[in-house]
Design a protein around this ligand. Structure first.
Ligand code: B1M
Length: 212
């Protein structure tokens, strides 16, 4: 079995103990970091989600899968940073929206944005409305990004934007949004300048936004 398939299977099985060795093997075999992230790790998380949705996997299985992905990323992250020529491009604030505890996708966006030379302020998960406002005041960022994985908590994004507007900060920042249920249509509905379906395209859009 190929090492890429073994990584995929390890995530689905929540087997985090050997996953870094599998990643090392996949790299030695010539697989790119991008492919390992997208075709093995992230793709496996989609299968985990589908199996959770259909009742084949349970909450502890999702947690173990998340741990396996995170363990793999701990090994990959320093390699990604080393692969880019970095010059500081701007400041990004990012957080998972109020009510939402998912952070793997957000952390991947952070890794890619740092790889492109952004200073990133990570507000973490379940960030309340005031959390983004306070951080904008403190760090004066170029871009503010919302990550949202739950259909229910996406409904909080307009409230986040309203809080930023009411604090008089909306015109100072470019807003960005992403996460599995988010679409370009959603971003357009709320006047959010950047929608990105994945971490690599998010980092590219951030670069374009600060070059404008
Ligand atoms: Co949750 N969960 N989960 N979960 N979980 C989903 C999202 C779900 C689709 C699974 C399913 O039912 N099929 C479903 C949501 C359904 C919906 O609302 N449409 C779901 C549910 C229901 C829940 C709970 C409610 C379950 C329960 O309690 N009954 C609960 C909610 C808790 C809460 O948040 N309040 C819950 C809990 C959890 C765990 C804690 C167990 C765990 C999270 C662990 C963690 O993050 N530390 C978890 C996991 C792991 C998942 C799935 C399986 C995987 C998510 C993931 O990490 N994907 C997920 C299924 C799925 O998404 N298919 C699921 C890998 C990651 C790399 O991709 O996060 O999409 P993703 O990020 C991508 C892009 O979306 C994009 O770039 C990333 C990289 O390419 N992106 C951005 C993300 N943020 C961005 C920001 C940007 C740009 C791009 O800014 C510009």
């Amino acid at each position: 079995m190929s090492s890429m398939k073994q990584i995929y299977d390890a995530v689905v099985a929540g087997d985090y103990k050997d996953i870094q060795d599998l990643v090392k093997t996949a790299i030695k075999e010539g697989n790119s970091l991008d492919d390992i992230i997208n075709k093995s790790l992230s793709a496996a998380m989609v299968e985990v989600g589908d199996k959770f949705g259909s009742g084949e996997l349970y909450m502890p299985d999702m947690l173990l899968a998340a741990k396996a992905m995170k363990t793999a990323m701990e090994y990959i992250k320093p390699l990604l940073k080393g692969s880019e020529h970095i010059s500081e491009k701007g400041t990004l604030i990012i957080g998972t929206v109020k009510g939402d505890l998912h952070d793997i996708g957000k952390n991947l966006v952070i890794t890619m944005a740092e790889g492109q030379g952004f200073k990133v302020i990570d507000l973490g998960i379940d960030v309340d409305y005031q959390g983004f406002v306070n951080a904008i005041k403190e760090y004066n960022p170029d871009i503010v990004a919302f990550s949202g994985l739950l259909t229910t908590t996406l409904a909080n994004i307009p409230e986040h934007i309203k809080a930023i507007e009411e604090a008089g900060l909306r015109k100072k920042v470019v807003l960005a949004v992403g996460g599995a249920p988010v679409t370009q249509h959603f971003a357009d509905m709320y006047g959010i300048e950047i929608y990105a379906p994945d971490a690599s395209s998010a980092a590219k859009e951030f670069v374009k936004a600060v070059q404008k």
